[in-house]
Design a protein. Sequence first.
Length: 76
Amino acid sequence: RIQILGFTDSTGSEAFNDELSKNRAEAVRKVLVSRGLGEKQAVAIGMGEQSPVAPNDTVEGRSKNRRVELHIAVAK
């Protein structure tokens, strides 16, 4: 199972960023499904501006925070 987490920077409202991050993750999920991943093997989750990896007070920092992470669980 794959969790696809979408993130944003802190620009914009919280509601806007929540929706944007969900759309960002869903876009990646759709690409993976179009390449053969099963529909039920991946879930897209919008994280909004939570968990920044860099400060949002610089252009470079905001750029780093606009990202998608894939968390892959491997069956034992």
